[in-house]
Design a protein around this ligand. Structure first.
Ligand code: FAD
Length: 417
């Protein structure tokens, strides 16, 4: 008998899982707390480790038309001096089988929703508790209704209710906040149109920007210290004047973008401790519910896609009685790699924000050395990883599937998404 699969949460992780299951002819139902599907106005970087899978699932055309294939990532000091440049473009495609994309979150969400189809998505279902009863898992929602399933996947984000059934822990405040927003590129100087990810590093803060929406909008993320840990909502309004003040004196496109931003959102950045047990019986977690990370490697959504592909490859065509064993295999495949990326992202929080001085100069020199094509090749452990390969032979070193759970080399900085 095939298991009844319930997915909680329809973010990038939950929707990719539903799409990957649908592609293998496996049914699931997705329960989402919000009543309508709207995405926050911001960009997301899709590295080849996720883009490869999204293209295979059918997003090839959307990514070509609506996303921006990034040619290069350039890193500067806050005063505008160049530190490092890493080529993506054709080199990424050649080495890792897909471009490095920058995409508007709404475009990605819309495309995933079209793949899933409306049928399995149950909006307005806020999960309150999840528990195993006899052979079933029982989901109870805020409106008192219940649903029974044979396997429950918590893709319900950093405040996951499903995670609470596995472990007692809390989000950890980083001391940092992010201003996010989008600016029409026609309001910016001509170089803003180039398909580049640009990042400026300074004491205690950094600024990242890249074009999205077919190049029409510039997405930015500006990281700076935040005293108030309470602001966690992605829709919390920020003050454009505070953004301008926080990056006063910075060079490059930073002043152009901060002054052109009419609307900004601002929230606090959190992660959680590593999760050592991802599953209990027929319950498991995925994406931010499993490994919420600081955004400093731009990998949270990419890892959610990898989780989804791995789990779908295990659950596709599975029998009901195989579920606990398959969830154990899923955890074994995913936990070491995502924990290494969580740690790497935390580590970047220090190295990216060094005060001007000898350590900063050492960092810049290390970043310079590990940039270029060599730097791109050194990212084989990250971009070359082939999720879903637990059911397939591991490939040759250097190619997709070559490494699991390796930490980022010193000097490699991937930047906030
Ligand atoms: C500033 C910033 C920049 C980033 N940039 C990048 C980037 O460039 N690249 C990248 O890969 N990652 C990036 N990330 C991380 C990425 O956004 C997240 O890792 C990713 O969105 C997580 O997806 P998810 O599906 O696991 O969770 P979420 O997107 O949080 O989705 C969870 C879903 O579950 C629903 N839900 C929650 N609770 C319940 C409940 N009780 N019942 C029912 N439904 C529920 C929510 O409404 C939501 O729809 C960035 C993060 C930040 C903060």
């Amino acid at each position: 008998m095939r298991p009844r699969i319930a997915v909680v949460g329809s973010g990038v992780g939950g929707l990719t899982l539903a799409a990957a299951l649908a592609a293998s002819g496996t049914r699931c139902e997705v329960f989402e707390q919000t009543r309508s599907m709207t995405e926050v106005g911001a960009g997301v970087q899709l590295a080849p480790n996720a883009a490869r899978h999204l293209r295979r699932l059918g997003l090839q055309d959307v990514l070509r038309e609506r996303a921006v294939a990034v040619e290069e990532m350039r890193v500067y000091g806050w005063e505008g001096g160049p530190i490092a440049a890493t080529p993506f473009g054709a080199a990424c495609e050649k080495l890792y089988g897909a471009p490095y994309y920058a995409v508007h979150r709404a475009d990605l969400q819309g495309a995933l929703l079209r793949l899933v189809g409306a049928a399995p998505l149950r909006l307005g279902h806020r999960l309150r508790t999840v528990c195993q009863e006899d052979a079933d898992v029982v989901l109870t929602f805020a409106d008192g209704t219940t649903h029974r399933a044979d396997v429950v996947v918590g893709a319900d984000g950093i405040h996951s209710v499903v995670r609470e059934s596995l472990v007692r822990d809390s989000p950890v405040f980083s001391g940092l906040g992010v201003f996010r927003g989008l600016v029409p590129v026609e309001r910016l100087p001509a170089p803003a149109r180039e398909p580049l990810i640009r990042m400026w590093l300074g004491p205690g803060r950094h600024f990242v920007c890249y074009p999205v929406a077919g190049g029409r909008l510039m997405s930015f993320a500006a990281i700076a210290p935040l005293a108030d840990a309470g602001t966690e909502s992605w829709s919390a309004a920020g003050d454009p004047a505070e953004l301008v003040a926080a990056f006063d004196g910075w060079r490059g496109l930073v002043p152009d973008i901060t002054r052109a931003a009419d609307t900004v959102r601002r929230w606090a950045l959190y992660d959680r401790p590593e999760l050592h047990t991802w599953s209990a019986g027929r319950i498991t977690v995925l994406g931010d519910a499993a490994h919420p990370m600081l955004p400093f490697m731009a990998q949270g959504a990419n890892q959610a896609v990898e989780d989804a592909v791995e789990l779908a490859s295990l659950l596709a065509g599975a029998r009901r009685d195989e579920v606990p064993e398959l969830l154990a295999r899923y955890e074994k495949a995913r936990a070491p790699r995502t924990a290494a990326i969580q740690r790497g992202s935390r580590g970047h929080s220090d190295t990216m924000h060094l005060p001007d001085g000898p350590r900063q100069r050492e960092r810049d020199a290390a970043m310079h050395r590990s940039a270029g094509l060599t730097g791109l090749r050194e990212r084989a452990w990250l971009y070359g990883h082939e999720a879903g390969a637990t059911t397939a032979p591991v490939r040759a070193p250097g190619g997709p599937g070559s490494s699991r759970g390796r930490p980022p080399p010193a000097g490699q900085t991937d930047g906030t998404g």
